[in-house]
Design a protein around this ligand. Structure first.
Ligand code: NAD
Length: 353
């Protein structure tokens, strides 16, 4: 089996590539532009494997995508390439429109042309799988869950660009018959997470003795999904999911942001105590809230469990402990990123100033 993974140098894409190369017989082609978020060293564990191939390029480059499809002849496209950070979408939405909407359109058009040229049995077996977010559903109050039937209500430039791309994918499936799948997942966390996202940002700033910035009063709730569980879910969906269907993927781990930060501090207190013997939680500081910050996301992932037998196997406390330990053991991975291109100040507030 051959699979084209877009965005395979990103956080979730690299977890999927490592999973497929390590745990299956798939031949994997990774197409990634290597934006600021693309980190090739995340693929070091599989880089020398003969079933792994990498091409640097843009998903919006139609000629390149067409050439790769004709030469590699994948049975599956797992489309993850995107601009993914809400704060960046507030400061500069243009790239989100270009990559998430125009880029997805380009992938669909090229996939369609390729798919139409396949034999009937190959056509039936082909899957275009779009990896999306629960943020397309908007924001919840204290109760309720997003299901696959929840109406779309995206609130940020990021989530609205992902909502647009979800609609394009379903429309191409409905109109042209190409077998598509969509998954909408909650917040991922785990090893190789880019330092701008909440969990790695807190770990790294805690170790540096810096203030730990929490938006607003820290009461915003997210569901947390361990990235290796997500990679397993994606394989289950593109192998056994029903074309045209959507599956929600969640971690059964709703936590307030402040609870996430406290949990990280508690693990660090045990694994790397501060030299002065005080707790890392002392470094927590509340900062002006992100504009339009959604209050709560929560996923009902019963469909994928019921129909495809997938459920998360990593509990939140276990996942956080593993993640903190990974950042302690892999300092050179994140130090290279910090040295090269990124500091851990909060983004997203520029629009307010
Ligand atoms: P990421 O930002 O870590 O990685 C994105 C990757 O896409 C990078 O390697 C980048 O170089 C590449 N890329 C960006 N623009 C490109 C382009 N034009 N052409 C080719 N490659 C390009 O993102 P992630 O966290 O791994 O998320 C992957 C997907 O999952 C995204 O579609 C995102 O919307 C979705 N998602 C993520 C989360 C999460 O918690 N991280 C949650 C729900 C959904």
């Amino acid at each position: 089996m051959r699979i084209l993974v877009t965005g395979g140098a990103g956080f979730i894409g690299s977890a999927l590539v490592r999973h497929l190369v390590g745990e299956s017989d798939y031949e994997v082609l990774n197409l990634d532009k290597l934006t600021y978020a693309g980190v090739l060293s995340s693929l070091d564990p599989v880089a020398s494997n003969l079933r792994y191939h990498f091409v640097q390029g843009d998903i919006a480059d139609a000629a390149l995508v067409a050439k790769l499809l004709a030469e590699f002849r994948p049975q599956v496209i797992a489309h993850l390439a995107a601009e993914s950070h809400v704060d960046r979408s507030i400061d500069g939405p243009g790239e989100f429109i270009q990559t998430n909407i125009v880029g997805t359109y380009t992938m669909l058009q090229q996939a369609l042309g390729y798919w139409q040229g396949l034999e009937q049995t190959e056509k039936d077996a082909f899957r275009f799988h779009h990896i999306s977010t629960d943020e397309v559903f908007g924001s919840l109050g204290d109760t309720g869950y997003f299901t696959e039937k929840t109406a779309y209500d995206p609130r940020s430039p990021y989530s609205s660009s992902k909502a647009a791309s979800d609609h394009l994918v379903r429309a191409w499936g409905h109109t042209y018959g190409i077998p598509v799948l969509v998954t909408n997942c909650s917040n991922n966390y785990g090893p190789y997470h880019f330092p701008e996202k909440l969990i790695p940002l807190i770990i790294i700033r805690a170790l540096a003795g810096a203030p730990l910035p929490v938006y607003g009063d820290g009461s915003n709730v997210r569901d947390w999904l361990f990235v290796e569980d997500h990679a397993r879910a994606l394989q289950v969906v593109f192998e056994r999911g029903t074309p045209g269907e959507t599956y929600n993927v969640g971690g059964n781990a709703e936590r307030r942001n402040i609870d996430v930060v406290q949990a990280i501090c508690a693990v660090l207190d045990g694994q790397r105590p501060r030299a002065d013997g005080r707790g890392y939680a002392e470094q927590i500081t509340f900062v002006t809230d992100r504009p339009g910050h959604d209050q709560r996301y929560a996923i009902d992932a019963s469909k994928i469990r019921r129909e495809l037998g997938w459920e998360p196997s990593t509990g939140f406390e276990q996942g956080i402990a593993r993640t903190v330990q990974w950042y302690l053991d892999n300092e050179s991975w994140w130090r290279d990123i910090l040295n090269g291109r990124y500091d851990t100040a909060r983004l997203g507030l520029k629009a307010l100033s």
